[in-house]
Ligand binder design. Structure first.
Ligand SMILES: NC(=O)C1=CN([C@@H]2O[C@H](COP(=O)(O)OP(=O)(O)OC[C@H]3O[C@@H](n4cnc5c(N)ncnc54)[C@H](OP(=O)(O)O)[C@@H]3O)[C@@H](O)[C@H]2O)C=CC1
Ligand SMILES: CC(=O)N[C@@H](CCC(=O)OP(=O)(O)O)C(=O)O
Length: 342
């Protein structure tokens, strides 16, 4: 049996990545694709790398007949996503890739996104989409909220350590490098080649990045008390990938053993041998996460380095993993491809 899906925002980076992944999926068929300014175009015109595929023409969301769709991926900008989802059939399964349904607290949403949430009733049924930690809830959910890509990377490195109580909760530093596709496909001055290449810059400095809302929510829930990490992202001149270097206080051997144990049965999470670091080179184009642990010359401190691809495990791969669960399929279907190296 094949399940019919729609992808809203298929002319964006995460939408195109969903098409790439689903194009070889044995149990899912793409029935509809939407765009905004690019509605009316063929996917092959927008994305020549997908021209071998027989795909539906990009249409506006209003033109889609959702009665024949089993599951809808929403790869739309924040705020637009909640407006669109409110108008979709209440019975249809949805995987949202935007930030609109990640934060359970309305005040936290307003604090980090600057606007009121208009769909708080729908928010109540959303399940946070970090698959490895919400698997059962995701399998039974109608609406799953995909995580931020930076937020996913930091959580893969730190969640088991907070849960096991093996690091100092008041001394966590998260230094993160992210590739430019994380910003989406729209034109922005700081993403021009001349301003992006041959350099790197920190952004959202001073603890202002909106993914701190996700870190606060998730880490505090695990610890049972407020946990605030120090987090600075850096934009670096690479197309895909995230590398998170976490500086923590704790015993490095114990931290490594805790992560190895926590992820021992996980198909997509690789805890590296002690002393090795994760690299974006080793996870690019795949749904894998690599996590390395090393000690530090300063006694009692450790460094955890995690890498993943923002467009696969950080968004579209995670979304497909969640959709597989929601459709009763094997979680790994369509996702076991090896990373692209070099
Ligand atoms: N890029 C990443 O690494 C990650 C992204 N996300 C989130 O996923 C979502 C999609 O991101 P990404 O693919 O990068 O974004 P893009 O900017 O690349 O694509 C946005 C898509 O939404 C469509 N769109 C824009 N405005 C509207 C509108 N008003 N009505 C209908 N459709 C609209 C665009 O159509 P058109 O092309 O025709 O304008 C395009 O298809 C965002 O919420 C983002 O924050 C989450 C994790 C990681
Ligand atoms: C390079 C860059 O700008 N990256 C984005 C991450 C995108 C992401 O995870 O998406 P959401 O906007 O859905 O949270 C950022 O740090 O804001």
């Amino acid at each position: 049996m094949t399940h019919k899906i729609a992808i809203l925002g298929a002319s964006g980076y995460t939408g195109a990545e969903l098409v790439r992944l689903i194009s070889t999926h044995p149990s899912i068929t793409i029935a509809a694709l939407s765009a905004d300014r690019k509605a009316g175009m063929e996917m092959a015109e927008v994305f020549p790398h997908l021209r071998h595929l027989d795909l539906p023409t990009l249409v506006t969301i209003d033109e889609i007949d959702f009665t024949e769709i089993d599951l809808c991926f929403c790869a739309l900008p924040h705020k637009t996503s909640q407006e669109v989802i409110a108008k979709l059939p209440m019975t249809m399964k949805i995987v949202d890739l935007s930030a609109d349904f990640r934060l359970r607290d309305a005040d936290a949403y307003k604090k980090w996104y600057g606007n009121d949430h208009s769909e708080l009733e729908i928010q109540k049924e959303a399940v946070y989409g970090l698959t490895e930690f919400y698997r059962e809830d995701i399998a039974n959910a109608r609406l799953v909220a995909g995580t931020g890509c930076n937020a996913a990377t930091g959580q893969f490195a730190l969640r088991p350590l907070i849960e096991a109580g093996v690091i100092d909760l008041d001394d966590i530093i998260l230094d993160l490098k992210v590739g430019v596709s994380g910003a989406g496909r729209s034109l922005k001055e700081n993403l021009l080649h001349a301003e992006l290449s041959e350099g790197a810059n920190a952004y959202a400095i001073g603890g202002t990045h909106r993914h701190l809302g996700e870190f606060d929510q998730e880490f505090s829930a695990i610890a049972g008390r407020p946990v605030k990490v120090q987090f600075t992202p850096h934009l670096v001149p690479m197309n895909r990938g995230i590398l998170a270097t976490c500086y923590v206080k704790g015993n490095a051997a114990e931290i490594h053993a805790t992560l190895a144990e926590a992820y021992s049965g996980e198909p997509f999470i690789e805890v590296l041998p002690f002393g090795q670091a994760g690299s974006t080179h080793d996870t690019r184009g795949s749904n894998f996460v690599h996590i390395g642990v090393t000690d530090d010359r300063i006694e009692g401190r450790a460094i955890v380095i995690a890498s993943l691809d923002n467009l696969t495990k950080g968004s579209s791969g995670q979304a497909l993993q969640n959709a597989n669960l929601m459709l009763g399929l094997d979680e790994t279907e369509g996702l076991m491809m090896a990373p692209l190296f070099p």
